[in-house]
Design a protein around this ligand. Structure first.
Ligand SMILES: Nc1ncnc2c1ncn2[C@@H]1O[C@H](COP(=O)(O)OP(=O)(O)OP(=O)(O)O)[C@@H](O)[C@H]1O
Ligand SMILES: [Mg+2]
Length: 246
């Protein structure tokens, strides 16, 4: 296995007397594409927030080696704000370059490369508010990639993207993983796609129910993780059985 980029040890978090996460421990490596699945309210976004540093009062330990690129769940869209696609992507460079006014030609070239990578270079001068849902997600991905992260974290990036769009989005992630040697940690409700695209699957429902190679997971492990949401489990199991011919 390649070198470790993330270590989570005994992560627990509660709000009042209510446990949101309990004793979550795992390691993640470069060139590993990890899919996190679990029902609504399972604590997936909370886990992501702890990893990216948006959550302070947890117990346990999180160590990240390298830069993180992060695409949050439901990023806010300001449809009327007159900012262009290339400027939104450029915001991802703020950390190293400062505000857009101080951008040099080479920075704008980098922005164009990013837009090309995610397949929306032809939209660079459009107002960001006019993009479709799928195009906007690609823009958010370009922004998250701007800092050349070693660890890319995506919280439900395919929400609102059609099936064709999802498949090409996952292919793009897979090629980024291989070409840039990145680790990708992605939360998704698209269980079928997760099993297809990811190397490793983690089932979370307050605690980590399973953490295994995507082709090794059993229906029993899935059932355990989704016990609170029978409908979701039945659909996922159906998907699972069709795809794996059990
Ligand atoms: N600030 C908060 N105050 C109270 N409860 C919270 C807060 N933030 C999260 N929670 C609760 O913590 C639980 C886990 O939330 P979280 O957003 O991590 O779930 P999730 O697994 O990402 O769900 P989804 O699939 O719907 O995005 C939920 O029950 C949620 O209501
Ligand atoms: Mg969430």
């Amino acid at each position: 296995m390649e070198s470790r980029i993330l270590r989570v040890e005994n992560l627990s978090y509660k709000i009042g007397s209510h446990w949101i996460l309990r004793n979550v421990s795992f390691n993640m490596f470069r060139r590993e594409f990890v899919g996190i699945i679990g029902p609504n309210g399972a604590g997936k976004t909370t886990l992501i927030k702890a990893i990216v540093g948006d959550l302070n009062d947890y117990s346990g330990k999180i160590s990240v080696s390298g830069k993180i690129g992060y695409l949050s769940q439901n990023p806010e869209r300001q449809r009327d704000f007159p900012i262009r696609v290339r400027e939104v992507a450029g915001m991802g460079l703020y950390g190293e370059r400062g505000i857009l006014k101080s951008f040099r030609k080479s920075d704008w070239r980098r922005v164009e490369e990013l837009l090309e990578t995610v397949g929306i270079l032809d939209l660079k001068d459009r107002k960001a508010g006019t993009l479709s849902g799928g195009e906007y997600q690609r823009l958010m991905l370009a922004r998250a990639l701007a800092s050349n992260p070693e660890l890319l974290i995506l919280d439900e990036p395919e929400a609102g993207v059609d099936e064709m769009g999802k498949a090409s989005f996952y292919r793009l992630l897979d090629s980024l993983k291989n070409e840039k040697n990145m680790g990708i940690l992605m939360v998704s409700h698209d269980i079928g796609m997760v099993f297809e695209a990811c190397d490793t699957v983690m089932c979370i429902n307050k605690t980590l129910h399973c953490h295994t190679a995507a082709d090794r997971i059993t229906p029993e492990e899935l059932q355990l993780a989704f016990s609170g949401d029978l409908d979701l489990f039945i659909r996922s199991r159906d998907h699972f059985e069709r795809e794996h011919n059990i």
